[in-house]
Structures are given as structure tokens and as C-alpha cells.
Design a protein. Structure first.
Length: 179
């Protein structure tokens, strides 16, 4: 635009200080509203990931028992080399191994199939039926039971359960309570 004697009027682009402050205030309010639900989402995903890893190890143990025509067990382990029945929580790790005498203990004649590293320390992983999980050569479980995995969050607890039947079938449930 040309005004008068050849002067151009400069148009301003950008934001004024009050506009910037209002925008930042609205953004801060939205973040404050979203943060608790984001924390719950992260807790839910962490519990779900640990549940899938444990569930997968149970499927592995069952299929290896059928394939090898030999008992296979899962036990708690803190070092990845042997079973540790003094542990109450499975989140330190576990072993899947061929268990020739089906006693749930990794011994010199047993073959280690896979080592699972510890889960997230925030997730509690508890088995309600002894110290080991085992499958016979037909894939049937030696004992039925339930793994409960949970983590505290802003609305209580995120909970998943892995229910193992005597037939060897495991299923995941999103109900239950944390101990």
C-alpha cells in the first residue's frame, strides 16, 4: 500500500504479548487435564506388556513340553541361572526349562530353554499356587492357578490376570484385585 508521498505502511505479523500469554495459559490447562490420564495410560501399557511377556512364556513352556514329550517348568529367578523359591514376586525374572523329574527345580540334567529378564519393577507379578508353573508331556498344567499383575496408578490399580487351567490353557483377564 502506498500512502501520501511514497510511504509504505508496514503490516505486522506474529502475536502480541497478551495473545501469547493467553495461548500459553490455555496450553498449560490442557496439559494439566491430560497428565493424569496419560500416567494411567502408561501404567496400563506397562502392565499389558509384562502380561504378554509372561503369557508368551507360558505358551512357550506348554508347546515345548508337547514338542519334547517331556515335562517343562517355569520358575522365578533373580540371576538367570537357577530357580530362587525365596522370591515372592516374579518381576525379577523367570526361567523356562525342560524338567526331567518334574520337580520344578533347574538341576544339572535339565535343559534351560529360555531366560526371561526381570519385568518392570513397578509391576507386581504374583502366582497364587506355589513357586513354579509346570506342564506335562501332553501340555497339561501340573497345577491350576492365577498370575496377578498390577501397578498402582491415580485411579487405583491397573490389573491383569493370567488364569491357567489344568488342561494347560492360559487366558488373560482384565479383572481382579491387587494383593
Amino acid at each position: 500500500m502506498v500512502f501520501g508521498s511514497g510511504q509504505k505502511r508496514m503490516s505486522s505479523s506474529g502475536m502480541t504479548l497478551p495473545e501469547m500469554l493467553i495461548t500459553l495459559s490455555v496450553f498449560a490447562i490442557l496439559i494439566a487435564i491430560a497428565a493424569p490420564s496419560l500416567k494411567d495410560l502408561v501404567a496400563d501399557r506397562r502392565v499389558a506388556a509384562n502380561t504378554q511377556e509372561l503369557f508368551g512364556s507360558m505358551l512357550l513352556a506348554r508347546s515345548e513340553a508337547i514338542k519334547r514329550q517331556s515335562p517343562v517348568s517355569i520358575c522365578k529367578s533373580s540371576n538367570g541361572t537357577g530357580c530362587d523359591n525365596s522370591l515372592t514376586n516374579w518381576n525379577t525374572g523367570w526361567l523356562v526349562f525342560e524338567d526331567e523329574d518334574a520337580d520344578g527345580t533347574l538341576e544339572s540334567g535339565d535343559q534351560l530353554i529360555r531366560v526371561f529378564d526381570g519385568a518392570d519393577a513397578l509391576v507386581s507379578m504374583l502366582w497364587n499356587n506355589g513357586n513354579t508353573v509346570g506342564f506335562n508331556h501332553q501340555g497339561q498344567a501340573r497345577q491350576a492357578g492365577t498370575f496377578t499383575l498390577c501397578e498402582a496408578n491415580s485411579s487405583g490399580f491397573e490389573v491383569r490376570q493370567i488364569v491357567l487351567s489344568l488342561t494347560g490353557r492360559a487366558r488373560v483377564s482384565e479383572s481382579g484385585t491387587c494383593n
